[in-house]
Design a protein around this ligand. Structure first.
Ligand SMILES: Cc1cc2nc3c(=O)[nH]c(=O)nc-3n(C[C@H](O)[C@H](O)[C@H](O)COP(=O)(O)O)c2cc1C
Length: 211
């Protein structure tokens, strides 16, 4: 049975990007190792998603049975992005770190897919996700060090995205950060190997049902 892999790619750098390169390698490897898996790409740099506007905010917070036609059209892009995510049995996101967290283009995507009474609901005991679980693979490239070491940056990217996916019901979250990518060719060589090894470890998927 054919299943869809949603590939979100984020770096504004098209040819020199490390995150794009490692993400493409992972997608190829997953598709090779899992026959029937078909990639569909959403490049968040073209087209760039518009920032959520007033119409979207009002419509997304309104109960579904009170929405007007105008509200429905304000939600159209969000519905399209949620449909892409829901239909995917697995997701690959490759992204740079920008100022310790996700680039603005990826944040806009998050704002469209995390929606009350659509992808999560509020309950007395907190938010409950409404999407079924599926693997999400995150590959991050950043210029400086991200680790426990003294002088390293605090990572507000990976924990944030893990929380976002958990909120909507997706807890199978696997991440790899390639840090210090601007610290010379030796480090890049080492990162190439790290990425390859991680890709090999994760390429086999058990059958996942989208929804
Ligand atoms: C606007 C901007 C903000 C950045 N912020 C960080 C940062 O907070 N931490 C870091 O280590 N690198 C930062 N970098 C460096 C990039 O993360 C690094 O160049 C990475 O390789 C970019 O990913 P790419 O190779 O996939 O394009 C920043 C770069 C830009 C352009």
């Amino acid at each position: 049975m054919n299943q869809t892999l949603l590939h979100l790619t984020v770096s504004p750098r098209k040819t020199e990007s490390y995150s794009r390169r490692y993400g493409q390698e992972l997608v190829q490897s997953l598709c090779h190792a899992n026959p029937g898996l078909q990639p569909t790409i959403r490049d968040l740099t073209s087209p760039v998603l518009p920032l959520p506007d007033e119409g979207f905010v009002e419509a997304s917070l309104k109960p579904a049975d009170q929405r007007t036609e105008k509200d429905e059209s304000a939600l159209a892009l969000s519905e399209q992005l949620i449909a892409e995510l829901s239909a995917a049995s697995s997701v690959v996101i490759d992204t740079p770190m920008h100022n310790f967290t996700v680039p603005a283009s990826l944040k806009a995507w998050v704002d469209y897919i995390v929606r009350p009474n659509r992808t999560f609901k509020n309950t007395g005991s907190g938010k409950v996700g409404l999407l079924s679980n599926r693997p999400v693979f995150l590959i991050v490239a950043c210029g400086g060090p991200v680790s426990e070491a003294a002088g390293a940056q605090t990572d507000h990217l990976t924990p944030y995205l893990r929380y976002v996916f958990q909120t909507i019901g997706i807890t199978d979250f696997r991440s790899k950060t390639l840090d210090r990518m601007r610290r010379g060719p030796q480090r890049v060589k080492q990162a190439d190997l790290e990425a390859l090894q991680w890709t090999r470890q994760h390429r086999l998927l058990s059958n996942q049902v989208a929804g």
